[in-house]
Design a protein around this ligand. Structure first.
Ligand SMILES: NC(=O)c1ccc[n+]([C@@H]2O[C@H](COP(=O)([O-])OP(=O)(O)OC[C@H]3O[C@@H](n4cnc5c(N)ncnc54)[C@H](O)[C@@H]3O)[C@@H](O)[C@H]2O)c1
Length: 343
């Protein structure tokens, strides 16, 4: 029986818990949160035998095999390192860390301490993304030479959580939602290595004190971007454009889409439509009858198989998270320098 500790028992921990509950050979034995009352409530609701408030103390416990980190972004690096140092496998929410140097250190630690490290990319494991990936891997789309990835929100800035509005705590839309769009697009493209990025990022609207549909925010403290856009080139000759926002003057309330340009077919995510030609006609098709699946649960099951040795496949290798964070960090560096950044 795999024994798990969940660290950070806020919002997203519930999706993780659903995943762990589905597994017969794994059990969450401790719930930890700096807010002990929150940990206790979560433990009680999910029949977890122990609630704790000090993660570092918990990591000393021999019976814990793996730690599932669901804390805010800033703690991902320090808690993952501490858990790995204590010999625990680590599953960690996105973004795996807030900068490339930290992820490199985390990868080195997983090798040094001979434990496994996996980031979260729940969107890769939803039914539509999996169907699209199978379509691409079958060769039906040909070579994907370009992708347009967007996660744009018109006026949804997480005003209730200042962590998202401060660089030192959480980062803006790049680290919060851009990371999802970029990760899934690169997954569809076969995880090519980024070689350069040119981008812009900035606080264009929010600093003025704009209408926000997600509650009041303090425009004076916000030091992260409200929009970022970038153009990425990969080592296989393909390229990608990314745009993400908490606030932007666009028609849609929200747009979370990827368009893939393949030389045999184009594909739209998440609608799972494809566009091609056959026998002298243009054909529009759609992948249908997909069985809905919770991305977190699928990934958690794959993580469990990976750490127990049932599978050799890491559902999200940290090297792929490193590529994504390198690009997002590169967009900010490109904004500061006014030039393309080469990796
Ligand atoms: N994959 C997704 O779709 C998705 C969706 C939402 C959030 N997230 C990610 O999940 C993480 C958490 O987000 P959330 O919305 O659940 O936040 P949250 O604020 O609801 O929960 C975070 C919890 O972590 C606790 N915490 C903070 N520092 C801690 C520490 N050192 N030790 C133990 N507990 C600590 C807080 O007290 C809080 O209860 C973030 O990194 C976020 O980016 C991912």
């Amino acid at each position: 029986m795999l024994k798990i500790a969940i660290v950070g028992t806020g919002n997203i921990a519930n999706a993780h818990m659903e995943g762990w509950k589905e597994l017969k050979d794994a059990k969450v034995i401790a719930a930890c949160d700096v807010d002990l009352e929150r940990a206790k409530k979560f433990a009680e609701q999910n029949s977890i035998p122990e609630a704790a408030s000090d993660a570092l103390e918990l990591f000393k416990r021999k019976e814990i095999d793996a730690v599932d980190i669901c804390t805010p972004n800033l703690q991902h690096y320090t808690l993952s390192l501490a858990a790995m140092k204590a010999g625990k496998h680590v599953l960690c929410e996105k973004p795996l860390a807030m900068n490339p140097a930290h992820i490199q250190e985390m990868i080195a630690a997983s090798k040094k301490h001979k434990v496994k490290l996996t980031g979260i990319s729940n969107q890769r494991f939803c039914a539509e993304a999996q169907a699209i990936k199978r379509f691409i891997d079958s060769g039906a789309a040909g070579k994907i030479y370009y992708a347009e990835a967007r996660w744009l929100r018109r006026r949804h800035l997480p005003g209730w959580n200042s962590g998202f509005l401060l660089k030192k705590l959480g980062g803006g839309p790049c680290l919060d939602i851009g990371v999802h769009a970029l990760d899934v697009a690169m997954f569809f493209m076969g995880n090519p290595r980024p070689v350069s990025v040119s981008g812009i990022s900035g606080n264009f609207i929010a600093k003025k004190g704009a209408l926000n549909l997600w509650g009041h925010y303090d425009k004076k403290i916000m030091d992260v971007e409200d929009f970022a856009g970038g153009f990425v080139r990969f080592d296989n000759g393909a390229a990608l454009s990314l745009s993400c926002s908490f606030m932007a003057n666009i028609k849609e309330k929200e747009e979370n889409t990827i368009r893939l340009f393949g030389d045999k077919a184009g594909i739209n995510y998440p609608s799972a439509e494809y566009f091609t030609e056959k026998a002298g006609s243009l054909i529009d098709g759609k992948m249908t009858h997909l069985k809905a699946q919770a991305g977190h649960s699928v990934e958690i099951s794959k993580f469990a198989d990976f750490i127990t040795g049932k599978s050799k496949i890491n559902p999200l290798p940290p090297e792929q998270s490193l590529n994504a964070i390198m690009v997002l960090d590169g967009i900010h560096r490109s904004q500061r320098s006014g030039r393309e950044i080469r990796f």
